[in-house]
Ligand binder design. Structure first.
Ligand SMILES: C[S@@+](CC[C@H](N)C(=O)[O-])C[C@H]1O[C@@H](n2cnc3c(N)ncnc32)[C@H](O)[C@@H]1O
Length: 390
């Protein structure tokens, strides 16, 4: 493909991404892969270039753009070489007309910029959410040592965290194939450290998804004790077993929950857990580095729904913890309604609980918990708080 044809391809891909963001359709990554599946003429360099152009436009535009061309014109406005590729040639975008609409640049939609500001996140800090994320891995010390790590690793703040440049093909290394390392953001590793899971304990991961944090907890428990992984999403939860087998963890009991009727399946665990992790569904404002188009999708009504689910799951989790046990609440969000305010209202609804100070190797205090962020800690954005049942 010529450089101009790549720009036109990115514009077409962006049209699909914008349409999907409006209609809650497939994520950008999948749309881009699907687009190329029917265009065999594109080589791997073309794919990479088109993908990079599309993501550059997504990162540049805070509000959802009118269409792909308006988004790409916004990028071209600050890049003369790119603008010159709008030459009207074969497979190229049409030349830029003088009064053509250009999308607005920005960090996020205005309402979200305001909510972030109200949560103590200035716009210049939020801009770090649009940088390219590094590639972090967690070494499983039960399976391998630092000598087994692929070359180029730099230690991170997490006990077993190591960092590589984003383009590293970690999945093709022997350490990955042998299950010695898992790809996991350092912030995510630190939130697991907050639970301080110990060998022999009974630990419940209430929102386990495909088990990223469950595997971290298994390693912290040195593969002894009882580990229960729950989720309402069957396909996600079913991905846990093969991952656990690869990492050779202790047997993990999975419990598929019925949304709205979670307590029924959790009856046998009432008051029995030493520790419960609630890695709750959330807006994902802390993970825009990996998923920048998420900021085009979020609405105030969805945010309210996430906050209501988080409160409900926290109260449910509290019933599972034994006296003296602990509960850790995590969201990958920088909004207080999914963080400090949520922790505060949990404590006011549940007088038999108190917040515990966290001694993590990164983060800043936020209400009863800790905030991790790209600008302060070099991690994805998280809120994490630990509560003890009195
Ligand atoms: C932030 S993700 C969890 C990610 C996972 N812990 C990890 O580290 O990879 C939140 C999860 O909560 C699940 N979820 C949503 N509603 C739930 C509910 N009512 N009860 C339990 N899990 C729920 C979602 O399916 C999703 O997998």
């Amino acid at each position: 493909m010529t450089p101009s044809a790549r720009v036109q391809a990115a514009i077409e891909v962006l049209d699909l991404v914008i349409e999907a963001a409006r209609g809650n359709g497939a994520p950008a990554d999948r749309l881009i892969s699907d687009w190329f599946r029917t265009r065999r003429f594109a080589g791997s360099k073309d794919r990479r270039a088109v993908r990079e152009l599309a993501y550059r436009a997504i990162r540049t535009c805070g509000e959802i753009p009118a269409d792909g061309r308006a988004a790409m014109l916004r990028v071209a406005r600050d890049d003369g070489e790119l603008a010159a590729l709008f030459d009207g040639g074969r497979h190229a975008p049409q030349p830029i007309a003088p009064e053509e609409p250009v999308a607005k640049a920005g960090v996020a939609p205005f309402w979200l910029v305001e909510r972030l500001a109200a949560s103590g996140v200035a716009e210049e800090d939020a801009a770090h959410l649009l940088e390219r994320a590094p590639l972090d891995v967690r070494l499983n010390p039960l399976r391998g040592s630092v000598d087994d790590l692929p070359e180029g690793a730099e230690p991170t703040q997490a006990a077993n965290g190591w960092r590589y440049p984003p383009e590293t093909r970690i999945e093709q290394t022997p350490a990955y194939e042998r299950g010695l390392i898992e790809v996991q953001d350092t912030g995510s590793q630190l939130t697991c450290e907050a639970l301080a899971a110990r060998p022999g304990e009974t630990v419940i991961d209430l929102c386990a998804g495909a088990g990223g944090k469950t595997l971290t907890l298994a390693a912290a428990m040195e593969n002894t004790g009882t580990l229960v992984a729950c989720d309402t999403d069957r396909p996600r939860l079913s991905r846990l077993a093969p991952r656990a087998a690869r990492a050779a963890t202790l047997p993990i009991e999975t419990v598929l929950l019925n949304p709205g009727r979670e307590a029924e399946a959790l009856g046998p665990w009432q008051g029995r857990a030493d520790a419960v992790l609630v890695d709750a569904p959330c807006s994902g404002t802390g993970t825009w580095r990996r998923n920048p188009e998420a900021r085009w999708r979020l609405t105030p009504a969805q945010l309210d729904r996430y906050a209501a689910t988080q409160a409900r799951l926290l109260d449910l989790a509290a019933t599972l913890v034994r006296p003296g046990g602990r509960l850790v609440f995590v969201t990958c969000s920088l909004l207080d309604e999914e963080g400090a305010a949520q922790a505060e209202s949990f404590l006011s609804r549940n007088p038999g609980w108190q917040a515990q100070a966290l001694e993590l190797a990164a983060g800043t205090a936020r209400g009863a918990g800790t905030r991790l962020s790209p600008w302060h800690d070099g991690t994805d954005g998280f809120f994490v708080a630990r509560f003890e049942r009195l």
